[in-house]
Design a protein around this ligand. Structure first.
Ligand code: BG6
Length: 487
């Protein structure tokens, strides 16, 4: 469905995110006729260049990040017609009047300001927008992560932005919420009757959430070394996934109803601090190794000053949601860079049957397991015990009911940013984080970071291309479980 005409102003318009994700996503939506004329996209950065040069750089980005077969000449030129550029300095008054003169007049046009910049500039940019009269009731401000590096800095940013805009006009992006399979998690839970009755501590043994990456930090080392895996992935993406698994059914698929339920989960997370940090968390940092047979350097050697560093590139932890529904059910979370494969999945491990009526003849009855694969090979697998065919008596085998999205649904899988950008224009905040959610996530994450630092818990080394430090395996095996691996 086409969205109403808009002006989208991208701060950080010459940055990596804009070129890699935002412009390709907007191009795809335009190609699908979702952008209505006279919608325009204005790149903004400090760099002195004209619109022609900027268009050429956007064209280059499309050629780099969009598959060739999607780049029809007519569609590319229509998209480039929408592009403009203004050089603006967030910290001075330079360029703001010019920007104002390029944005369509009138109060009825959606104006979306996408802040794909360092969070240090969110305060300055939003105040400049206000000072120069650029904010209208139909304005939206989109804030990219990271939203601060701890609770205090997140509160500071949130308060500064709240000075000039109401919460209903603020869109905090967590791109995991825009992924197809993540939204499907809600469909699976709330559009089917099968799962909800067994979605609790009486039936679920434990939950695993893994977000594994093959890539290292490479060019992002400057940012990453001040962040680490807990801030970069757990505080936001992984906690959001955990919320969608653990939340109560919202009363409606409306932004605040959904966000109220996620907030309750975040507030129910069992605190991790100096008292339990060593048993509940594992930090790791990759050493030199090999991925797909290719040697890769150690994390420390990717830093500009060549380390050493005590930033974690891997974290595993055991979380608990202290609610009636989930009390006593461990949620094992892990994420890391330079792991053997790129895989993001959620595993719901159910309890064993209360009693086997088959005796020893049937063999071991593996408990049911629901695996929601977010990427790659998006899909859902429900592992069931099935009788081995044949007359040789009752023997059981674990076999998945396997829903592969690629086999079931033809056509390209849209990027998370495509969906989220269109939601900004539509004014739908359901897949964006509210202020209290972000802050509640920091309330849980801060004591972990503090405890690591106070207890001097340095990251354990792991060889690139392995599944993290051995302590991560021990973390789950101590409880009698293993990390899921597709059989
Ligand atoms: C980003 C992190 O938010 O998510 C990156 O900053 C990470 O470090 C990326 O690589 C992972 O996103 P995706 O969509 O590739 O799983």
């Amino acid at each position: 469905v086409a969205v109403e005409p808009f002006d989208l102003i991208v701060f950080g318009g010459t940055g990596d995110l804009a070129y890699r994700k935002l412009f390709p996503s907007l191009f795809r939506r335009d190609h699908d006729s979702q952008l209505t004329d006279p919608s325009r996209i204005i790149g903004v950065s400090r760099r002195d260049m004209d619109a022609k040069e900027f268009k050429a750089s956007v064209k280059h980005a499309l050629e780099t990040f969009v598959p060739k077969e999607e780049l029809e000449k007519k569609a590319v030129s229509r998209f480039l017609d929408r592009i403009d550029y203004v050089a603006v300095d967030a910290l001075t008054d330079e360029g703001w009047d010019e920007l104002k003169s390029r944005i369509a007049d009138g109060l009825d046009r959606v104006r979306a300001f996408y802040l794909a910049t360092s969070p240090d500039l969110f305060d300055a940019i939003t105040h400049q927008l206000s000072k120069h009269g650029l904010l209208t009731p139909k304005s939206r401000v989109v804030l990219e992560k990271p939203l601060g590096h701890d609770l205090a800095s997140a509160q500071e940013i949130n308060s500064a932005v709240a000075d000039v805009l109401p919460e209903s006009q603020i869109y905090r992006i967590d791109h995991y919420l825009g992924k197809e399979t993540v939204q499907n998690l809600m469909a699976l839970r709330f559009a089917n009757v099968l799962f909800e009755p067994v979605w609790d501590s009486a039936h679920v043994d434990h939950v695993q959430i893994t977000v594994a990456e093959k890539v290292g930090v490479e060019a992002r080392a400057g940012y990453y070394d001040h962040s680490g895996a807990l801030r970069d992935m757990v505080q936001n993406h992984i906690l959001q996934l955990l919320c969608l698994v653990a939340m109560e059914p919202p009363s409606a698929m409306q932004a605040d109803a959904l966000r109220d339920e996620k907030l309750k989960v975040l507030r129910a997370l069992k605190p991790i601090d100096e008292g339990n940090i060593r048993t509940l968390t594992v930090r790791g940092q990759y050493r030199a190794g090999a991925i797909d047979g290719k040697s890769v350097p150690a994390y420390a050697d990717e830093l500009e000053d060549k380390g050493p560093s005590s930033t974690e590139t891997f974290v595993a932890l055991k979380a608990e949601v202290r609610t009636w529904r989930w009390a006593g059910v461990p949620f094992y979370l892990r994420t890391g860079k330079r792991l053997p494969s790129r895989v993001s999945e959620i595993v719901i491990q159910f309890k064993p049957v209360p009693l086997s009526i088959f005796g020893s003849a049937g063999g071991f009855l593996a408990p049911n397991r629901l695996v929601i694969r977010l990427q790659p090979d998006e899909g859902v697998k429900l592992f069931l015990m099935i009788k081995d065919p044949g007359p040789g008596g009752l023997r059981f085998r674990e076999v998945p009911l396997n829903l592969s999205f690629a086999d079931t649904f033809k056509g390209p899988n849209p990027d998370a940013y495509e969906r989220l950008l269109m939601d900004v224009i539509r004014g739908n905040q359901a897949l964006f984080m509210r202020r209290d959610e972000v802050e509640a996530a920091w309330v849980w994450a801060d004591p972990i970071l503090e405890a690591w630092s106070r207890m001097g818990q340095e990251p354990a080394g792991y060889t690139a291309g392995t599944w993290g430090p051995s302590a991560a395996v021990a973390l789950i095996e101590r409880d009698g479980f293993t990390w899921h691996e597709d059989p």
